[in-house]
Design a binder for this molecule. Structure first.
Ligand code: PMP
Length: 362
């Protein structure tokens, strides 16, 4: 007798909650401050490199993304064997969970953090242990070190707070954790420092990076990881054979060759971030000093009220005005706050104007 689909699917897959991406609204006129994308277009060289690949689409791409690997190794001063390219960094987080986490392994994260970590852990047949931040969102170092972990995911600079953890704390964590410490550096280009030096010191440190944020190529889906070669070898064995398509490899390589353009973009985002931060401080919002391309802040109403109701009302109010920010209502640590991606100068001027109106009780 034929089995039903529910009987055929693995129990962990049947039970897991899938990842919920931020809204990608249809239609025009939106100010999109909800998924931490770069508000600027790619330099023409990126488009030209992608166009040049079009006539070669009948051929499979380079299976190891060799040129991109070599270039990233050169840029970061590591060996080619220390780098792997993924279909976005999500691809690599998934591979890490499959190879080192999941069933019979202890996988941990700090909480709140990137909500994909529990998903990739569940797909791999495990359940993630979430170690909550304290009220001030500082690193719960003692709690993290007090329990064993085979695979620990940490976002730095952190999402959703934007705070970068001190290098000394990261070093203590790398030293103390039994298993792999994955430092997700999706936002590192907007920050003052990277954990890259730890790669030379520790075989158990993995850094994941992406072209989706500071390189403004979220639509191309390219990420990379850097780690000791035994870790990279394992990931290489289990990835899809052609996990990064031809257009993406070419586009990302061209982006690296246009580095000064991106340095300028990042400088602009940092300046706008400071301006919006200062505006929100003046407006009495509670806010963290972000080193990423977003701010995580607690709004305050005209009457001086704060809390989940205020945050959710403002979220909807902005949405009605076609300004989309991100709201995480499910946990007390996040429910009173909004995460606001840093858009272009004109987008953020408009955002600040609307906030001023709202705070005047509009
Ligand atoms: N890590 C973090 C912390 C992120 O916020 C994101 C983007 N949502 C990613 C990784 C995934 O980036 P990518 O587009 O490279 O898959």
């Amino acid at each position: 007798m034929k089995k039903r689909i529910e009987q055929l699917v693995h129990e962990n897959i049947r039970q897991m909650q899938p990842y919920v991406p931020g809204l990608q609204p249809q239609g025009s006129g939106w100010i999109k401050l909800n998924t931490n994308e770069l508000p600027y277009p790619p330099p023409p060289a990126v488009g030209a490199a992608i166009s040049a690949e079009m006539e070669r689409l009948a051929r499979y791409p380079n299976p190891t993304s060799a040129l991109l690997r070599e270039e990233l190794a050169r840029i970061h001063g590591v060996e080619v064997g220390n780098v792997i390219i993924g279909n976005g960094s999500d691809d690599l987080l998934n591979l890490l969970a499959r190879a080192f986490g999941g069933e019979d392994r202890i996988t941990s994260e700090t909480f709140p953090s990137y909500s994909l970590y529990p998903v990739v852990t569940a797909i791999a047949g495990g359940a993630i242990e979430s170690i909550p931040f304290g009220g001030d969102f500082s690193l719960p170092l003692e709690d993290l070190l007090a329990r064993p972990s085979d695979l620990l995911f940490l976002t730095c600079p952190n999402a959703p707070t934007g705070v970068r953890f001190p290098m000394e704390d990261l070093r203590l964590l790398a030293e103390g954790v039994e298993g792999l410490l994955v430092i997700d550096e999706a936002y590192v280009e907007f920050a003052q420092a990277s954990a890259l030096p730890l790669l030379q010191e520790f075989e158990n440190v993995v850094l994941t990076r992406t072209f989706s944020k500071a390189y403004g190529l979220a639509g191309l889906r390219v990420g990379y990881a850097m780690a000791a070669s035994p870790v990279i070898d394992v990931l290489d064995r289990i990835r899809d054979s052609y996990n990064v398509n031809r257009l993406s490899q070419a586009g990302a390589l061209a982006a690296l060759a246009s580095q000064p353009v991106y340095d300028d973009y990042v400088r602009q985002i940092q300046e706008i971030r400071q301006k919006v931060h200062d505006f929100l401080v003046t407006s009495k919002w509670d806010i963290y000093p972000s080193e990423a391309n977003f701010l995580f802040a607690e709004p305050v109403s005209a009457a001086g009220e704060r809390g989940p109701e205020i945050a959710s009302t403002l979220f909807e109010w902005l949405k009605e005005r076609k300004i989309l920010v991100r709201y995480f209502p499910k946990h007390p640590l996040t429910a009173s706050r909004l995460r606001i991606s840093i858009g272009s100068s004109s987008e953020m001027e408009r955002f600040m104007e609307e906030i001023t109106k709202w705070q005047k009780g509009a």
